[in-house]
Design a protein around this ligand. Structure first.
Ligand code: CMP
Length: 144
């Protein structure tokens, strides 16, 4: 199977009504949407998702924020999608993200940076497995 990555639109992105705008950017780039759902993450899901940040001073802020409302969780597929998605998303701190990127165009606050994308192949696999059941990811063949 082609490479896959986990992408989540955080509660601020949903609240601001920019879900369509964000999905559009991935579609227009040419990636394939193979998983999509909206949920309010449980405390446990959020803590597992952010486990690598457990010792950081902002860990509880992070968990509180991601569980504060609906998140749009997605799996995107395509050649080089993990790195390419990171480029589409832009730097973690929106004040340093380049214009043209999602965060560069649409955000200013590091704690409210609207979107998450897996940072590498191992993380992509573990995050997809954490957020999605196997049956919730649908492969499909684009017609030409
Ligand atoms: P994300 O890609 O979801 O992964 C970790 C998150 O931590 C990151 O996006 C930021 O939203 C958040 N983060 C990083 N640094 C800070 C900080 N100093 N204060 C609050 N949140 C932060």
């Amino acid at each position: 199977a082609a490479e896959r990555t986990f992408i989540a639109i955080k509660p601020d992105g949903v609240q601001r009504g920019i879900v369509g705008e964000i999905i559009s950017r991935f579609e227009r780039k040419g990636f394939k949407l193979v998983g999509l759902k909206q949920l309010i993450p449980s405390q446990s899901l959020a803590e597992q998702h952010y486990a690598v940040h457990k010792e950081r001073p902002f860990f509880s802020t992070l968990v509180n924020f991601i569980t504060s409302g609906p998140v749009v969780a997605m799996v995107w597929e395509g050649e080089g999608v993990i790195l390419s998605a990171r480029k589409l998303i832009g730097a973690t701190n929106p004040l340093q993200s380049e214009p043209g990127t999602i965060r560069g165009d649409l955000a200013i606050d590091i704690g409210r940076n609207i979107i998450h994308g897996s940072d590498g192949p191992e993380t992509a696999l573990s995050e997809i497995a954490l957020w999605f059941e196997v049956s919730e990811v649908t492969d499909w063949i684009p017609s030409d």
